[in-house]
Structures are given as C-alpha cells and as structure tokens.
Design a protein around this ligand. Structure first.
Ligand SMILES: [Mg+2]
Length: 386
C-alpha cells in the first residue's frame, strides 16, 4: 500500500555520512581509493574508529581491536585520525543542514535527524531530501546516505540499508513490512550479547521478535525487552532534539569555610573533572582545552589552561587537571573557590575518536557510563576521586 506523501503523520529524515573519517582521508589522498583502510589507534592495542568498505569485505568493523583487523586483513592500511579536519567537515555539513532545515538534531559527528513534518504540502519530503543530499555531496565532496520515514528508528534502519551512497524512503504504513524480514541485529539497541541471547531463543528476524508477547520479553530482558518489542513493531515516538552548539562546559565550587587542605582540593577537582567528562560524553562532545581556576580568600583569582588533543576520557583529563592545579596552587593560602572548564568543544563520539585509547580503556569507560546512566553519576567513580 503506497500512500501519497501528504499522508505522513510525521516525517523524519536521517542523514548519515558513509565511512565518514575514511571518506575525508580519501578526499585528501586519492591514492587510498579502493584500498582496505582503517583509522584508529596505531598501537596493537588500539581500536578501529572507522573503516573503508574494502576493509569491511574482510570482516573488519568499527569498534574492533586493531590487532584483530590486522589478522583479518594483513595488508590493511592504518591511518592515525585527524579530529581537527573531521570536525571541520562535520561543521561544514552541519552549516548546510542548518541553512536548509527548519529543525534538526546532530546525533553524532556524522549523523543527523531532521524533522520535515508539514513540509510535504510545499515540495514533497522525498524530493526535498534528495536535493539536500545532492547539495551536501556537491559542497563537501563526501558520500552520504539517508532514510526517510515516519520516525527516527525506521529512518535510521532505512539509511543503514541504503548504504553506501544510497537513499531509502519507507512510505507510511510500510514500516513493519520493511523491517520484519531483517535480522534482529539491524535494530540499533540490540548489541552482541542481546543478539546472542535472542539467537539462542531462536529469534533471528524482526518479525519473530515482534510476535513475542511484550511481557515475555520484559521477563527475559527487563525494560530493554519492552523497548525491543516496540522497535520490532516500528513504534518510536522519540522527538528530534534541537542541535545546540555549546562551546564550553564548566563547574565550580565555593567553600563555606576557606580551605588550605590540598588533598581535599585535589579530590574535589577530580570529582568535578569526572562529572564534566561524563557530561561531555553524554553530549557526544570532545574537548580540546582544559582550564583550572582557583580563587584565594583575598579574592585574587588565577587560572591555568592547556590546549590538548580532542578527548572525553576522564583519565587523561584528570591527569591534566592535576598538573594544572599543581602549577596553579603556588601561594600556600586559603582557597575560597575551585573550578574547571572544558572548552573548544566539538561533536564526536568518544568511542570512535580517541585514536590513542586502548580497547580496554574504552570498554571500562563505556561500562562506567552505562552504570552512571542507570544509577546516577555518583554510582561509580574512579578510585582517585573518592
Ligand atoms: Mg556514518
């Protein structure tokens, strides 16, 4: 059943650049075309941040330990990432979208959701989307795919199916017909562990998942079970969250009673850095500048700042903050206030942009963040900020 495009209850466009980091590298060095290329940590303990479609043919994928990529494809070319230039391209594309779309969300460095509801009467969402995609490719030189449907979930899966360099429209009413034949692994929130468990239960397609009573899935998987069932039935009410171009985040603390207790000051600072770094990762941002501030009891205020390579890793940031604090706290005087700021923020997923981080370090961060999201930011902290 094909409905006219005016029948859209909502119209959500998902735009996703193809192998974004690699595509930027190809723009700069055409000799890389057609080669298995990965970007990521160069040490053997590093992680694949992005990989070319040629590398994917060998089974290489983002998030995989670099040493495994080497095993799958011994001739693989490993490039060190260049966040500065990826960020520049991301901003260029964001500007084009901001110029064209009434309302959009930047979901990551290379992914966008646009709310096109109500636009159909004028020009037709699909035609409009095609024109926007062409403009982005023309002005940036980068390949991009899209999915267009009534919600975020179906549009995201649609863009994934259209890749590379493609587009897909799922007409209203066709959502379940589109996703039901697909593997459950195509549902974004279904990770490796859930996929294994579902396979073990004999659930391989989205159709079978959609037919299981929600209560049963809840018993097996808790809240995630309900959300899986909703997704398998193409239900997704998530709104488009308008893009914010926040350039810095900061926090500070004024003491009731001025203090000279260095241990206490440092531990407080570590807690602040940890909390801000989590906020950064939650906003899917990275920082390139850290500032530590101290105000003495005589109201004299001093700051120390340092430019760094893009990161959202609290371990790196804590070390930097400690160094800055040691430089700063020269006068053995009572302190009235202490603060920290991260600035020069850019959008970027820490999982894929900390080129020098090891797989173990990333795993630890992801696990800690998952616990924080469930139980609150105080639920788990690094030993040094206790
Ligand atoms: Mg992408």
């Amino acid at each position: 059943m094909i409905l006219p495009s005016s029948a859209y209850s909502r119209a959500v466009l998902h735009l996703d650049l193809d192998a974004f980091f690699v595509s930027v590298e190809l723009l700069r060095n055409s000799a890389l075309h057609g080669k298995p290329v990965v970007i990521g940590g160069r040490s053997r303990r590093g992680v694949v941040a992005s990989c070319s479609y040629e590398a994917r043919k060998y089974g290489v994928h983002a998030g995989m330990p670099m040493r495994m990529a080497h095993q799958l494809c011994p001739d693989i070319l490993v490039l060190k990432g260049d966040m500065e230039s990826y960020s520049k391209y991301s901003t260029l594309i964001t500007d084009i979208i901001a110029d064209s779309a009434p309302m959009f969300e930047k979901a990551s460095i290379d992914e966008f959701y646009l709310d096109l509801t109500g636009m159909d009467r004028h020009i037709g969402c699909y035609k409009w989307s095609i024109e926007l995609r062409q403009r982005i490719m023309r002005e940036s030189g980068l390949p991009i795919s899209f999915g267009l449907s009534v919600n975020k979930l179906i549009s995201k899966i649609g863009a994934g199916e259209a890749k590379p360099n493609g587009m897909m429209q799922v007409s209203p009413g066709e959502e379940t017909a589109f996703i039901h034949p697909l593997s459950v692994s195509k549902i974004p929130s279904i990770g490796k562990a859930t996929y294994k468990k579902l396979s073990f239960m004999g659930v391989r397609t989205v159709r079978v998942l959609s037919e299981i009573p929600a209560r049963l899935l809840e018993r097996e998987f808790g809240k995630h079970g309900i959300s899986m069932w909703q997704k398998a039935n193409a239900i997704d009410d998530r709104p488009i969250v308008p893009y914010s171009d926040k350039k810095s985040i900061s926090t500070e603390r004024t003491f009731q009673v001025d203090t000279i207790d260095v241990k206490k000051l440092k531990s407080l600072l570590m807690g602040m850095v940890e909390k801000l770094a989590f906020e950064l990762r939650d906003m899917k941002k990275l920082t390139a500048c850290i500032t530590v501030k101290i105000r003495y009891s005589d109201f004299n205020t001093y700051t120390q700042q340092k430019r760094i390579s893009y990161t959202a890793n609290d371990k790196n940031l804590m070390q930097l903050a400690t160094t800055l604090f040691d430089k700063l706290y020269q006068r053995r005087q009572l302190v009235r206030l202490i603060g920290v700021r991260f600035s020069h923020l850019v959008t970027g997923n820490y999982q894929i942009s900390l080129f020098d981080d090891t797989a173990e370090e990333m795993q630890l961060l992801q696990t800690m963040d998952a616990i924080k999201r469930r139980f609150g930011t105080k639920a788990v902290v690094r030993a040094c900020s206790v």
